[in-house]
Write a protein that binds this ligand. Structure first.
Ligand SMILES: [Zn+2]
Length: 100
């Protein structure tokens, strides 16, 4: 993605130019817009109030990938999961190290 300085991309038909304002420009579905040209402002509505945002720790949940990797390792070490001899030995070693 190319990062450009956000400027209002609202087309001002009468002036035959883009707004290009740089102050308080925020991304909307229609593109970056200044406070004068937000979808709500153009529709004559009040801006929606800021919400609570993301719940605290929304992305702090540990990825289950490490857990499944461990289960995989155990399955390989137990011989229930098919693997090359080398992988099997490495998994056995890893499981042994985890237990001690
Ligand atoms: Zn604008």
């Amino acid at each position: 993605m190319t990062e450009t300085t956000p400027e209002c991309r609202h087309w001002i038909g009468d002036a035959r130019r883009y707004c290009r304002a740089l102050d308080a420009v925020r991304p909307y579905l229609t593109g970056p817009r200044c406070p004068l040209h937000t979808p709500a402002a153009l529709a004559g509505r009040a801006e929606s109030p800021p919400g609570p945002g993301w719940p605290a720790g929304a992305w702090s949940t540990p990825s289950p990938q490490s857990a499944s990797a461990l289960f995989d390792q155990r399955a390989v070490a137990s011989g229930k999961r098919r693997a090359s001899v080398r992988t099997y030995r490495a998994a056995q070693q890893a499981v042994r190290e985890r237990k001690s």
